[in-house]
Design a protein around this ligand. Structure first.
Ligand code: SF4
Length: 63
């Protein structure tokens, strides 16, 4: 089963670093200006770890 990824929207700064690091998994919600996980995205992709490392708010969790 693919890893589950969660973004704490309260902490998200909307900086888009996760989208730049891993555009196949993360996208910006243009209404909230926060990052979201793309429906059906593969949470086991290597770039997820890059996105987590690049997040200045440390608000991405993988489980
Ligand atoms: S890198 Fe972190 S703070 Fe920046 S948009 Fe993504 S989840 Fe939000």
């Amino acid at each position: 089963m693919a890893a589950k990824i969660e973004i704490d929207e309260d902490e998200c700064l909307g900086c888009e670093a996760c989208v730049e690091a891993c555009p196949s998994v993360f996208a910006m919600d243009e209404d909230t200006e926060k990052a979201v996980v793309i429906d059906g995205a593969d949470g086991d992709e290597d770039c997820v770890d890059e996105a987590i490392a690049s997040c200045p708010a440390e608000c991405i969790a993988k489980s």
